[in-house]
Write a protein that binds this ligand. Structure first.
Ligand SMILES: NC(=O)c1ccc[n+]([C@@H]2O[C@H](COP(=O)([O-])OP(=O)(O)OC[C@H]3O[C@@H](n4cnc5c(N)ncnc54)[C@H](OP(=O)(O)O)[C@@H]3O)[C@@H](O)[C@H]2O)c1
Length: 317
């Protein structure tokens, strides 16, 4: 009953850090982002075929959605796809909090539909999943996915949607060299076998896996990401050095190699882009085919780093 199959580019673009732009930002990333800089990101991304934008109300409490829409101004709605989320923890107390939250996102983004709508986390799968059905029927959302759900929760959401002729078409979980819980839990295999798109988020561990940050040049002081990652940067050095070396011959950075790894694992990485120059890296990453031995070597170095980067919002898979 879903209208058209979900087609997606090799890499999707994430906008959590965009919530930091302007005084309403939440300072999670400690990034200095300007509207003109983000406009450049959008222009370069679209002209290189990166057309799918992932956002959420909670990224700067509406700020990321608003700033994204501003940056996309002037482009026809058919040139890009929007992916945003219902976050159970901030549900209102109206009759239909899912429809209400979607309506507010549509207002902020100046559109009348979302291409891919997510339940942000499995706080209450039975309660919230059925609320997607009328939104799919009305065409306000074209496709749905679930985020931070484990296998059982994915299956439950799929059963609920299945009763109305719809299905979970996508899963969005934390998946990086350092955090492979969805792979170990069989979720990647499940998605591959059932034609479900697996979107991997935090592939770059919010900057810690880019090679740009190191003990000598840590993540921005005072930001939440610095609090999470600065203490483990010494343990990541061997891995990021090897990623840089692997990238060197291919004109790629460590970040591009991390992205290429996520593509090689059959996932669609959602990369948090904050600078137009990062789009060049995604073009490079899209064209890299890592050898099996390189993948195995990187995963062994990642395991040897022995760090746990599970987000505070995530539960065990
Ligand atoms: N569903 C969920 O619960 C959930 C949770 C987390 C994230 N997400 C989604 O996934 C997206 C990605 O995650 P994320 O943004 O948290 O982190 P990420 O993609 O792991 O890292 C993003 C950071 O890496 C740096 N970076 C990006 N491209 C780079 C490049 N080519 N070279 C060097 N550095 C680069 C930037 O830092 P600087 O600006 O400091 O250079 C950027 O802020 C989010 O934006 C969001 O859309 C979803």
């Amino acid at each position: 009953m879903t209208s058209k199959a979900l087609t997606v580019p090799a890499v999707a673009l994430g906008t959590w850090a965009w919530g930091d732009s302007g005084e309403a930002g939440d300072g999670y990333f400690g990034s200095q982002l300007s509207e003109s800089g983000l406009r450049e990101v959008v222009e370069k991304a679209l002209s290189n075929g990166f057309t799918l934008w992932d956002t959420a109300v909670v990224y700067g409490m509406g700020r990321a959605e608003t700033v994204l829409a501003q940056a996309l101004t002037g482009h026809d709605r058919s040139e890009y796809q929007l992916s945003t989320k219902f976050t159970p923890q901030i549900a209102g107390d109206g009759d239909d909090p899912v429809a209400d939250m979607l309506e507010q996102s549509l207002d902020r983004m100046g559109t009348d539909y979302v291409d891919l709508y997510w339940i942000h986390n499995p706080a209450d799968v039975k309660r919230w999943t059925p609320r997607l059905i009328p939104l799919l029927k009305s065409g306000k959302i074209k496709h749905v996915g679930v985020s931070n759900h484990n296998m059982e929760e994915i299956a439950l959401a799929d059963r609920i949607l299945g009763e109305a002729g719809f299905r979970v078409e996508a899963v969005q979980n934390h998946y990086s060299l350092l955090y492979r819980s969805s792979e170990h839990a069989g979720i990647l295999d499940h998605c591959r076998e059932h034609d479900v798109r697996f979107f991997s988020y935090m592939v770059l561990e919010q900057g810690a896996l880019t090679g740009r940050y190191s003990p000598a040049n840590p993540l921005p002081e005072g930001s939440s990401r610095a609090a999470v990652y600065n203490g483990i940067l010494p343990q990541l050095q061997a891995l990021t050095d090897r990623m840089s070396a692997i990238g060197e011959d291919r004109g790629a950075s460590a970040a591009d190699v991390a992205t290429a790894w996520a593509i090689a694992k059959g996932t669609i990485p959602i990369i948090g882009v904050t600078k137009a120059g990062y789009i060049d890296g995604l073009v490079t990453a899209r064209g890299i085919a890592l050898a099996e031995e390189e993948i195995a070597e990187l995963e062994a170095l990642a395991d040897a780093a022995d760090v746990d980067t599970r987000g505070f919002w995530e539960h065990e898979m």
